[in-house]
Design a protein around this ligand. Structure first.
Ligand code: BTN
Length: 261
């Protein structure tokens, strides 16, 4: 047995949750763990789907998520929250906090959902939802963390990093997955019980976007603005030459400073 492989028993040895990760579905190879979670949406809330290798890893905005074999974490969490669909995007913010906490390095969040360290992207989050007008059927929260990748393809080198590249040592994925699921249950439960009341401050403290110039792609226009706040609903408040705008989706990127935009 390859002791570096992802292993359900090893994850569960460090898991202290009530429902997140109590059911683990592990794949040596699959197209996308988000797709596996969606097709198994009848399973209980908190079921997780993990792959060693994704043949069609999905990134945000229709991009591909590079998913080499046996190096990183590709995980999707199936959630069934009793909240209005309009609140769903907050779960991405909550996930960002859980990832930052579980990694423990000096990580920051680029609004809404990129985790960066050393000026490069370490982790991406892709949430997908099925809902009716006022009910959520399920949310799949997909998380990709670059753990042990030593070298990225040329087009990613300037934008992406891994825990290995940041710390010069290999990391145990089973321990990290357990930590992530433990933190996720804490933040997700806090959100369901108390909303973003306490979490928003923590998010703002971790958010690198605030105070910076951003390029907002809005109604097919691109405008330069200053990111000034995160609103209670999780949207980004920006100041433009023509006044204030609340950006409610991910079409905003930090300009200049970070290589990966
Ligand atoms: C992004 O582009 O920033 C989002 C990347 C999300 C990648 C993860 S890996 C696990 C899950 N399965 C997928 O196909 N995508 C997400």
């Amino acid at each position: 047995m390859d002791e570096n492989k992802i292993d359900e028993t090893k994850i569960k040895n460090n898991l202290h949750t009530n429902f997140i990760g109590q059911n683990i579905y592990l794949y040596n190879e699959t197209d996308s763990t988000n797709t596996r979670a969606k097709e198994n949406s009848h399973l209980p809330c908190g079921s997780v789907f993990i792959a060693e290798y994704q043949t069609s890893g999905k990134g945000s905005k229709g991009r591909i998520w590079s998913s080499p074999d046996g190096e990183n974490i590709y995980i999707s969490i199936l959630l069934k929250p009793s909240i209005p669909p309009l609140e769903a995007s907050k779960i991405t913010l909550v996930t960002g906090l859980a990832v930052c906490k579980s990694i423990g390095l000096d990580t920051k969040i680029k609004w809404p959902n990129d985790i960066i360290t050393g000026g490069k992207k370490l982790c991406g989050i892709l949430s997908e939802m099925s809902s009716d007008t006022d009910t959520i059927n399920y949310i799949v929260c997909g998380i990709g963390i670059n753990v042990n990748t030593a070298k990225f393809d040329d087009e990613l080198t300037d934008k992406a990093t891994s825990l290995f590249l940041q710390t010069e040592k290999k990391h145990d994925r089973n321990t990290l997955i357990a930590k992530l699921l433990n933190e996720f249950e804490y933040y997700y439960t806090e959100f369901l019980n108390n909303g973003m009341k306490f979490l928003l401050n923590e998010y703002k403290n971790n958010c690198i976007t605030l105070g910076r110039d951003v390029k907002v792609i809005y109604n097919n226009d691109t405008l330069i603005a200053k990111a000034v706040d995160i609103n209670d609903d999780g949207s980004l408040k920006v100041e433009t030459a023509n006044g204030t705008l609340n950006v409610t989706h991910g079409d905003v990127s930090v300009r200049g400073i970070y290589g990966y935009v």
